[in-house]
Design a protein around this ligand. Structure first.
Ligand code: ZN
Length: 201
């Protein structure tokens, strides 16, 4: 039996979650800077991208392992600082409404209220990520606890991107006022990432 048959597959993320963010990065910082995101990839990971192409040639329908995504996320986080949180805030504000009206329209058609989001988010998450158990509990009117655990593909910046994707989905549902408080994070030694979302119209 080969070594690859013995080891579990590397966690992966659907290209559709990556592509629009890279196009946004391109518009914001220029293509040379986007191309630099591929600089630190291992030779095995580098064959999966093409720095000359828009969005590094990432295809929406393909899956990309953490050996591709993590070095890129780390580079963005180092460049922006603060785990890349401001990148997550700014990019999600523009990218998420476009995705839920476009490439994810079918996926999010059933998510029209916080209760339906809480019911479906675990299933939707697994359409886009091979690892991570995502759940939401509505604790009180206007207050939801979002949890991700069993997430070996966790990266501090992907954590913030998941959080601000969620807030923008809530905004699209009509909750223009929201705030988030990340209570715990795998990146800071916790067993799971917990975020408190408060929302109102
Ligand atoms: Zn986290």
């Amino acid at each position: 039996m080969s070594a690859s048959a013995l080891s579990p597959p590397e966690p992966a993320t659907k290209g559709s979650t990556i592509r629009e963010f890279l196009l946004w990065y391109d518009r914001r910082y220029g293509h040379a800077e986007t191309a630099r995101l591929a600089d630190r990839l291992s030779p095995e990971a580098a064959v999966l991208v093409d720095p000359k192409q828009p969005a590094l040639g990432i295809l929406g329908a393909s899956w990309y392992p953490t050996s591709v995504t993590h070095p890129m996320l780390t580079r963005v986080a180092e460049r922006i600082g603060n785990e890349g949180r401001n990148f997550a805030i700014e990019s999600c504000r523009e990218v998420v409404p476009r995705m839920i009206g476009g490439v994810y329209r079918a996926l999010f058609r059933s998510v029209t209220s916080p209760e339906l989001y809480a019911r479906h988010i675990g299933r939707l998450w697994r359409r886009l990520h091979t690892t991570g158990d995502r759940a939401m509990v509505i604790r009180a009117p206007g207050e939801a606890l979002s949890v991700v655990e069993s997430w070996p593909a966790h990266h501090p910046l992907s954590c913030w991107l998941a959080i601000y994707t969620m807030t923008n989905v809530f905004e699209a549902m009509g909750y223009q006022r929201w705030s988030v408080e990340r209570l715990t994070c795998i990146g800071h030694g916790a067993a799971r990432c917990e975020t408190l979302l408060r929302y109102g119209t």
